[in-house]
Design a binder for this molecule. Sequence first.
Ligand code: NVA
Length: 367
Amino acid sequence: MQKTVVNSWNEWDPLKHVIVGRADDCHIPPEEPALDAKVPEDSDMRGQWGRRPQETIDRANELLDKFAAQLEARGVRVDRPNSIDHSRPVTTPDFHTDSQFGCMPPRDVLLTVGSEILEATMSYRCRWFEYLNYRPLMKQYWEEDPNFRHEAAPKPRLTDADYHPDYLSEKIGVEKRLQWAEEKFFVTTEEEPLFDAADVLRFGKDLVVQHGFTTNLKGIEWLRRHFPDHRVHTVNFPGDPYPIHIDATFTPLHPGLILNNPQRRLPKDQRALFERNGWEIVDAAQPAHNTPPPLCYSSVWLSMNVLVLDPKTVCVEKSEVYQAEQMDKLGMEVVEVDLRDAYAFGGGLHCCTADVYREGDCEDYFQ
Ligand code: NVA
């Protein structure tokens, strides 16, 4: 019998096979337009770059290995990427960067839709070759599963024309950033299609895509044309001065229930799709921390970057006690996972994984 290895249509059906990233050789990349726009103005990461300290890499790997073992103990097959040498510079005819990023987090690069895994264009120069970390796994799935579709979106040129120079100033100020986000004026231009996979949430026949720093409207249009059997919806979250990656902002838990970051609420007209179909959008609990850990790009809202194992079970970071309490009240079984010391490597439990197989088919949840 032929074996189906790749199948995943949404964020909540029972998870059977997943990729968990590795912290090996992760770097803080040198300055570049789209990355600089995301680094908070008061961040300890401004102005420094290079290989991350070895003890932090070792600690993150320890936690990622433990998370992988926890998933395996629950019957989930876990694969790990093969790190390329991220210290190598990248030069194309259009740009140069002195180092790369890492093989974390896989959710940013790989978008699984049904039997397809699509490599995103990416929008940072330092992440242009990141798909190479996953190519050995893609090759293996392609050999194991005759129906697996391995796809790659067109590699972008990432010239200076891809970025608005207004964002390149050192001190823009949060007020101005919030105003620009409200006006949908982001660091990336509409020069060519750009998207990161982590800006996409899968709801069966519907794909919900955040328009922000890492995904532009042409990127969303590219996804629409690439997935002609899907409905593709564009969403924005005013209130986020650094809008990248939807998975610390909007978190579906199972059909009918979504957590929304209370500082980044989905506008009324965009909520209509969910509300008229009987979906409840509830404010996520407050994060347990006031600040992110050192050398971390992400906000404290990684608290809601959870991994749903099935419609009744969810992995929550161990220190995120308020988020765990809320999940419990919402009727979910909580699996605690210690991951905070790996946050700096690109995110939380959803970020550091990429779906390969969830049970279930493509369902239509909306009208
Ligand atoms: N926009 C996000 C990225 C997290 C995955 C943040 O809150 O930092």
